[in-house]
Design a protein around this ligand. Structure first.
Ligand code: PLP
Length: 497
């Protein structure tokens, strides 16, 4: 405990300059070289990290230094300790989850975003950050052929969120507050939300955070019959049953491209049902939304013009680096009503004139980054043509992988491919039991080589392997090599029976 008679330590005139422009130039160039080498050599690293929990704790000091350490020493640790303990998401042999795609333009945008460190909570704090975000959100809306009702040039608007979780949370709050104005704040326990058993788990989480009772979160069953898309008739029955028991249907989350198997919910038919009961419709197209920039995939968004909000994450398939989830709403006033704050220290003329967007009122937090630079760089530097070619090339590679699987009688495609995810499993003739176990073993033996990384899921009670094509550096040779490895390991497993 300090006491009054403890003197303050003598404070010498500090020569500490944490942002010396010339030092910055030198060290940032070195870092870019380091990153370029990482990208160049990434194929040599195991895709899935093989370290055991606690790995870093045993290898790095748990106390930090009193005196400065040279950058060279720190980079040595990154090279020798950090990178070997990573799961390398940017490896061309990464086929797990959904890819998190990147690009030079996206990186440059991120550099600029970080450099300016503009904290754009309201228009005045960063006019350029605010307006550029509105512009790129309209641009991307145009690329996706969204109606005017979602654009600033029309009556709606868009905002960049960190993740889909935040996009869903913000829209649930907007829908909730609108409903509670009608039925009374005390009736929050009556609000019911709807998704399918394939809806991303973040939906239930966002609803719980927003105060929806867990028992009022409906997870409607899907099956092989509809290829795991949500059946509007079931939704209607669920809503009717809830109304009959005195509850209030609030919000329906339709998914275009589910996480497990890229199933597409019929947005237009679901909107028919939702409209009857005055339910907010959100379209979650986190992954597949990027594909909808191609005219041949746009049909999957059919009916989106009838939704209240739609979100998709360019950080998945549109080369922008994390984090960038684009959310459009038809009625920004509802979003702002649910999320706005107005403390004295943020009051200013432009905001009071109501002629500007203050993005702090469109999201959970107050501070926000200049994320639109990334998207702007990507859209401008590549143009619609290159971005569409990028999507099509991934889909083409996935198609080719699907054909390889299809051509081997020991394997089967479990659900039809829609985008660049192939859902398959090993299911050799004559084996009816333990097929799940066989595939678990196959996945383990393939992933443990470090030569590729895939993940699994269970749909309709069937354990299957997910092969998601589209990591930025992936070429057809990587897909071919992956298939060779999968076949080889399957051969070993089957031979060993
Ligand atoms: C990946 C995914 C999410 C989570 O997305 P983030 O924006 O990365 O948080 C939500 N919904 C679907 C359908 C997804 O595929």
């Amino acid at each position: 405990m300090g006491s009054l008679d403890t003197p303050f330590p003598e404070c010498p005139q500090s020569n500490f300059k944490p942002l010396d422009p010339e030092e910055f130039r030198k060290q940032a160039h070195q870092t870019v070289d380091f990153i370029a080498d990482y990208y160049k050599n990434i194929e040599n690293y195991p895709v899935l990290s093989r370290v055991k929990p606690g790995h870093l704790l045993n290898r790095l000091p748990t106390t930090f230094p009193q005196d400065p350490e040279p950058l060279e020493e720190i980079f040595k640790d990154i090279q020798n300790t950090i990178i070997p303990s990573m799961t390398n998401w940017l490896s061309p042999n990464f086929f797990a989850y959904f890819p998190a795609t990147v690009s030079t333009a996206g990186f440059l945008g991120e550099m600029l975003c970080t450099s300016f460190n503009s904290v754009g909570f309201n228009w005045l704090a960063s006019p350029a950050a605010t307006e550029l975000e509105s512009i790129v959100m309209d641009w991307l809306a145009n690329l996706l052929n969204l109606p005017e009702s979602f654009k600033f040039s029309g009556t709606g608007g868009g905002v960049i969120q960190g993740t889909t979780s935040e996009a869903i949370l913000c829209t649930v709050v907007a829908a909730r507050d609108q409903a509670l104005e009608k039925v009374g704040r005390e009736n929050i326990a009556k609000l019911v939300v709807y998704g399918s058993d394939q809806t991303h788990s973040t939906f239930g989480k966002a609803c719980r955070i927003a105060g929806i009772l867990p028992s009022n979160i409906r997870s409607i069953e899907t099956s092989f019959d509809t290829e795991f898309s949500l059946d509007p008739v079931r939704v209607m029955h669920a809503m009717q049953a809830d109304i009959a028991s005195g509850l209030v249907p609030l919000y329906l989350c339709a998914t275009v491209g589910t996480t497990s198997s890229t199933a597409v919910d019929p947005v237009n038919d679901l909107a028919d049902v939702a409209e009857r009961f005055g339910v907010w419709v959100h379209v979650d197209a986190a992954y597949a939304g990027s594909a909808c920039i191609c005219p041949e995939f746009r049909q999957y968004l059919h009916g989106v013009e009838r939704a209240d909000s739609v979100s998709m994450s360019p950080h998945k398939w549109l080369l922008t680096y994390l984090d960038c989830c684009c959310l459009w709403v038809k009625n920004p006033v509802l979003l702002v009503r649910g999320l706005s704050i107005d403390p004295e220290y943020l009051k200013n003329k432009p905001s009071e004139s109501k002629s500007v967007v203050d993005y702090k009122d469109w999201q959970v937090g107050v501070g926000r980054r200049f994320r639109s630079l990334r998207l702007w760089l990507v859209l401008r530097n590549y143009g619609a043509g290159k971005l569409q070619a990028h999507i099509r090339s991934d889909v083409q590679m996935a198609k080719a992988f699907e054909a390889l699987v299809d051509g081997d009688p020991r394997f089967e495609i479990v659900v039809p491919r829609q985008f660049a995810l192939v859902c398959f499993r090993l299911n050799p003739a004559g084996r009816v039991d333990s097929v799940d176990e066989l595939n678990r073993k196959l996945l383990d033996s393939v992933n443990s080589t470090g030569r590729l990384y895939m993940t699994h899921t269970v749909v309709g009670g069937v354990y299957l392997l997910r092969f998601a094509v589209g990591s930025t550096l992936t070429e057809m040779r990587h897909v071919d090599a992956a298939w060779e490895l999968i076949k080889e390991k399957a051969g070993v497993l089957l031979g060993g029976i």
